[in-house]
Design a protein around this ligand. Sequence first.
Ligand SMILES: O=P(O)(O)OC[C@H]1O[C@H](O)[C@H](O)[C@@H](O)[C@@H]1O
Length: 541
Amino acid sequence: MRAIIQDLKSAVARANATNIRAAFAADPDRFERFSASFGDLLMDYSKTAVNEEILLLLERLAEVGGVAKKREEMFSGVPINFTEGRAVLHTALRNRSNTPVLVEGKDVMPDVNAVLAAMGAFADGIRSGALKGATGKPITDVVNIGIGGSDLGPVMAALALAPYHDGPRAHFVSNVDGAHIADTLKLLDAETTLFIVASKTFTTIETMTNAASARAFIADKLGEAAVKHHFAAVSTALDKVAAFGIESGRIFGFWDWVGGRYSIWSAIGLPLMIAIGPDNFGKFLDGAHAMDKHFRTAPARQNLPMLLGLIGYYHRNVLGYPSRAILPYDQRLLRFPAYLQQLDMESNGKGVTIDGTPVEGNSGPVVWGEPGTNGQHAFYQLIHQGTSIIPAEFMIAANGFEPHLRHQHELLIANCLAQSEALMKGRTLDEAKEQLTSKSMDEAKADFIAPHRVFTGNRPSITFVYDKLTPFALGRLIALYEHRVFVEGVLFRINSFDQWGVELGKELATGLLPVVQGKESVAGHDSSTQGLVTALAGLKA
Ligand SMILES: O=P(O)(O)OC[C@H]1O[C@H](O)[C@H](O)[C@@H](O)[C@@H]1O
């Protein structure tokens, strides 16, 4: 791999490949050459610094890096998450073909289908009003209590699919900061509220603490006996859920081969299913399954996750770009960048390879972003003229859900396309001067002002275009990014499916709680921690 990376660097230098503007000027067919589609989903990567030779080298990199082999291992239940001894089978959760998927010789599909059916029956019961609160009133509000993978997926997807909401309102409480649950409960009536406690491990301190507060809210307002009518739970740790006091018919399980950040397809999707209905949830799974089949079978040059992963790797480890911006021109994808932050950074933010040696070069980039057009008026300045190159990933639907606001959607599209064009083309000093002097500005003043108006251009971006943000399209989009993270992880030679880096902070927090409570001395901690504890204690009301 080292040799191919070297070849890639030479190929970039030889062709001056990062001059994307020149590449467009030289080749009128560049878009045709460097775009690919899957159904109505188009991926335009022509505005990145690729050429034929670079793509061939990247394809070689995928071959030598063993991406296809690892992909088969993932889909067929090999425990590729070796630090936790687990298979990685979120794809089985949306395996709509229902072909057997074996984990340690056992087909998991009957269990997957059974949980899906139980979720559907429960969701229908809540949605229809057949399942009521303790006082006989139908449920109008559902609060999901979870964090990380037990929050970000449902919260992101519920917002994304708002036009499909025809069930109770969905709320999400994640932060251990009491402000989160307090502000949420303020809006709610205990009699008509259902809480879903969502935690893979059912030990996460934030979720357990918020669940206890929610339990107290129901018990205070409606009495202890009411609690069982107002709670459901989702977890892999069924014994722990039972100990919390949730009735068995309201517990929805999943399995240790589903990573938290890949769990939206499991019972963790229950709040989404209640909001949009089991049929639409099924279409969401269909979209992901379609992408799975595409990823597994399409040749590299037509394979969207493969291309996205290869270009992502190229940006990070050949061109050295430190971050990537996720810029959906879709207000309902507001939380998609945050969702991808966990998916990507928790998966590929690793420093050790599968052999236990330090990663050579870089692993995953910083992922961040906001929907357009809002970001344009905030941080795009840096993307256009800052000193770091930040590859951007745009996404835009051809159609919105508001036919009467078509003119607004057209403005949205125009803005999205303008940004990628501006990033690529830029504006030269001569062009800037010409613009100024044509506005009858005198030459001397133009000379002074023009440098600030120069855009270097050649700033890479990928644009995704799709018909409409339907449940199918959202499922497909999420699965696309899951598989891109997979491809990059294989090339970084890391285990993308563990998250040991979150452990140390959790352990230290547990140790610091009695110190913060004043029950233990702060002695033994570093002087900064000591100083902060003392300062907070001094300010305590
Ligand atoms: O679902 P839970 O077990 O409560 O875990 C919630 C989250 O917490 C952890 O710290 C992990 O970093 C996440 O990957 C996980 O999604």
